[in-house]
Write a protein that binds this ligand. Structure first.
Ligand code: NOJ
Length: 747
């Protein structure tokens, strides 16, 4: 075992001061209140009655876009009485202005409302689902997309988004994997921070930035069996190491709010977890925003069995650190009684109210409550050509080429008749994917349209649906086969309907549903070249499909510009560069499956395939169908000359990547490490860096990475994070499985 590297006390203090300083500085950018705002808040706090304070801590749903039980929906009387702090699911300037007017003209203290909405992957211009976006590994583009989402949402009255969703997820049965950035914590943190920055910009008072809400705190992405809303039970070390960092990244990036998760962790539901909400988040991390619950998750504490009734639930969640109740109305209903009975304290209420008023001040709502109600912006700044072109570019960067035997893609010029076959080939309703905010599915571009837009009259395009997405009707097979026979190239559009992923959309089987595999088989049997275009909100277990001699392009749900962006890739205008951020299993039996696993005392060695008493399955391989980081290109990248050296606390790594194929292309060069011997076990590989680089056909580039010893640190059983000297493996490659490796010793 190696000796632990521990900083001496003086050095530690210095480092902490330094880190603390940077952290405070970052947070301060977003959370700085002007003296005028401070005075305004102090004066309101002095004037507010208890009921008005409890009202600020209450979030009601308008009747639009309901995803749970509604308590006191749209209760306008309560707004006028100053007993509502925020509204969700209300947008468009007229509607928001009307509700805001009741708050600032008819209520006693004229405190403006927050307007929250699930702006998850765009507002009107819908971008690819977040899981798809993450496959671009393009942080700048992700930030830009959130900027566009913020511009459009604020043009329609919204000033608070329930995003980013930063739950690490390693179980594709869980429908909400589509909302996150996949399985890797390191990448998840980078994307989380980029999203917060995109939403909040540099100035929350600008009329086109909105308050972010990191969610779902914490570990909502690890429900047992992949079943939504279900129990989470993970070790404390795994929680610290894998699940908590993305929420912390949002807090450090200045996110203005955070949402509690529905689940429990080790017996304590997040909504009443004092350690999580107060000790860790507010005290240790120094989170400066406010804590909102998820939809009626206070009331649900009764079902969890930790509260006798709603009143009891209000007591424990308020005391745990919740500041605002989403849709449960428990603070308003029971706060007064609870205070009289001394079961909650005025200090806690004041702290909660102040944090909410601060958010309103930071958004500039006290200066101008109608700041986000500018009709001319609603007309001019929504779905602009620039927004649509960014969305289109993002579709093509999110696509992941899973297979391309015999260079079937890009579609050759000589293909004069193309058949598009499959239930998702012209399915406008499915292009946006789940959580599509105010996006109108009628305005989305289908695959058929995208292809027609690209080919014009030069090519004959035939379309046959073949079958539905999720039933047993094979009556369309015959016509589909006829279409394939007539064509000289076939595009098979298969996958899930958009409602098959998202909230409350877990699946036990994650194969392509219905009879789509059979459709693929009969079409392949025609002998025509076939490319499968997949639409789905989660990794699918497409083992059967992948055995067919077809090319497969993963496109997720691309949003408003889906068809155009996919056509850009299919015809080679864009060379695909996306890489999976979630592992694709061979079958459901392998789940949970992710790349950064630990070794076993009895590891399986594929070279010794007869071995019995080793960590393996009897009926299938351990390795996935497609690993984390996987994605092919139309060109071939060859890696060579990996070198790593240590210079004090710096680690320098270089590798050469040559483009030896026929196309210019972007490659995401990935860097992983492994701590060979630790005081506790460490993952076989951990992502520590990447670079997305354009390498021209025939060109070789030297890619350099630089790490410091801090990048080698990990949490120990005492929850301290530090690195241990010794030998480290360094891997660089095109995905987490195909890498070159070398080793270094760091003292
Ligand atoms: C429930 C979801 O879990 C959460 O993510 C969402 O923000 C709220 N509903 C509001 O729609």
């Amino acid at each position: 075992m190696k000796k632990a590297f521990i900083l001496n006390d003086v050095a530690l203090l210095f480092v902490l001061l330094l880190l603390g300083g940077t952290l405070q500085a970052q947070v301060a950018v977003q959370h700085k209140l002007s003296p005028v705002d401070k005075a305004k808040i102090d004066s309101l706090m002095n004037q507010m009655t208890l009921e008005e304070k409890l009202g600020q801590m209450t979030l009601f749903a308008s009747g639009w876009d309901v995803t749970g039980p509604v308590v006191g929906t749209n209760d306008k009387k309560l707004i006028m009485e100053g007993k509502v702090g925020a509204i969700l699911n209300a947008y468009t300037v007229d509607y928001v202005r009307d509700l805001q007017r009741m708050a600032v003209e008819d209520s006693r203290l004229k405190i403006p409302l927050l307007f929250g909405y699930d702006v998850i992957h765009g507002h009107r211009t819908i971008f690819p689902i977040p899981l798809g976006q993450s496959c671009s590994w393009n942080l700048k583009m992700i930030e830009d997309a959130e900027r566009v989402a913020a511009i459009e949402a604020t043009a329609e009255g919204i000033n608070w988004t329930f995003a980013p969703m930063v739950d690490i997820a390693r179980d594709p049965r869980w429908g909400r994997v589509m909302e996150g950035s996949g399985e890797d914590t390191w990448l998840g943190c980078k994307i989380a921070a980029a999203r917060v920055k995109g939403f909040q910009g540099n100035d929350l008072k600008a009329n086109n930035t909105l308050l972010a809400c990191a969610k779902h705190f914490a570990a909502y992405g690890a429900p047992q069996g992949g079943r939504d809303y279900f129990t989470v039970d993970i070790s404390q070390l795994t929680l610290y190491e894998s699940y908590l960092p993305p929420y912390k990244a949002c807090s450090d990036a200045g996110a203005g709010s955070i949402m509690t998760s529905f689940n429990e962790i080790a017996g304590v539901p997040s909504t009443c977890n004092k350690w999580l909400l107060t000790d860790l988040l507010k005290k240790e991390w120094g989170f400066k925003g406010f804590v909102v619950t998820d939809w009626t998750s206070i009331n649900e504490l009764v079902n969890h069995g930790v509260a006798e009734n709603n009143k009891d639930a209000a007591r424990i969640s308020l005391n745990a650190g919740v500041d605002m109740d989403m849709c449960g109305k428990t603070f308003l209903d029971y706060g007064t009684e609870l205070l009289k009975e001394k079961k909650i304290g005025m200090d806690r209420i004041d702290e909660a109210v102040r944090s909410i008023l601060e958010a309103k001040a930071m958004l500039g709502l006290f200066d101008d409550p109608y700041r986000y109600c500018d009709k001319s912006r609603q007309e001019k700044e929504v779905m602009t050509p620039d927004h649509l072109s960014l969305a289109r570019k993002m579709v093509s960067e999110s696509c992941v080429l899973l297979k391309n035997p015999g260079h079937m893609l890009p579609i050759p010029e000589k293909a004069k008749t193309i058949a598009i076959i499959g239930p998702l080939g012209d399915s406008r309703k499915d292009m946006l994917g789940s959580w599509s905010a105010a996006g109108k599915w009628e305005q989305s571009v289908t695959l058929l349209e995208g292809i027609k837009n690209r080919t014009g009259d030069k090519t004959e395009i035939i379309y046959e649906k073949g079958c539905n997405t999720n039933d047993n009707d094979r009556s369309g097979f015959e016509a589909a086969v006829k279409a394939a026979v007539k064509a000289d190239y076939v595009i098979l559009a298969l996958g899930e309907n958009s409602w098959m992923s998202g909230e409350a959309a877990s699946r036990t089987s994650i194969d392509v549903p219905g009879v789509q595999n059979e459709l693929a088989e009969v079409i392949v049997n025609t002998g025509k070249p076939v490319v499968v275009v997949l639409f789905n909100g989660r990794p699918l277990a497409i083992t059967k499909l992948a055995r067919q001699p077809v090319a497969i392009l993963e496109t997720w749900f691309g949003g408003t510009q889906a068809g155009n962006g996919i056509a850009d890739v299919l015809f080679g205008d864009v060379n695909p560069s996306g890489k999976l951020t979630m592992t694709f299993p061979r079958n459901e039996g392998q789940i949970p499956i992710f790349y950064n696993v630990k070794n076993s005392g009895r590891p399986y060695n594929p070279a010794d395939s007869g071995a019995k008493y080793v960590s393996r399955y009897l009926d299938g391989p351990n390795d996935p169908l497609f690993p984390f980081g996987f994605g092919r290109s139309y060109t071939s990248f060859i890696y060579s000359n990996l070198a790593a050296s240590v210079d004090g606390h710096k680690i320098n790594i270089t590798v050469q990547v040559a483009n030896e194929g026929e196309f210019d292309g972007e490659e995401i060069v990935q860097l992983y490490i492994r701590d060979k011997v630790g005081s506790i076990t460490r993952p076989l590989k951990e992502l520590k860096g990447y670079q997305k680089v354009l390498i021209k056909k025939g060109e070789t580039k030297t890619i350099a990475f630089s790490l410091t010893t801090d990048d080698l640190a990990f949490y120990h059983p005492d929850l301290k994070k530090y690195w241990e000297p010794g030998e480290f493996m360094v891997f660089v490659g095109t995905n987490s499985a195909e890498t070159l490796s070398t080793s270094i010793t760091v003292e």
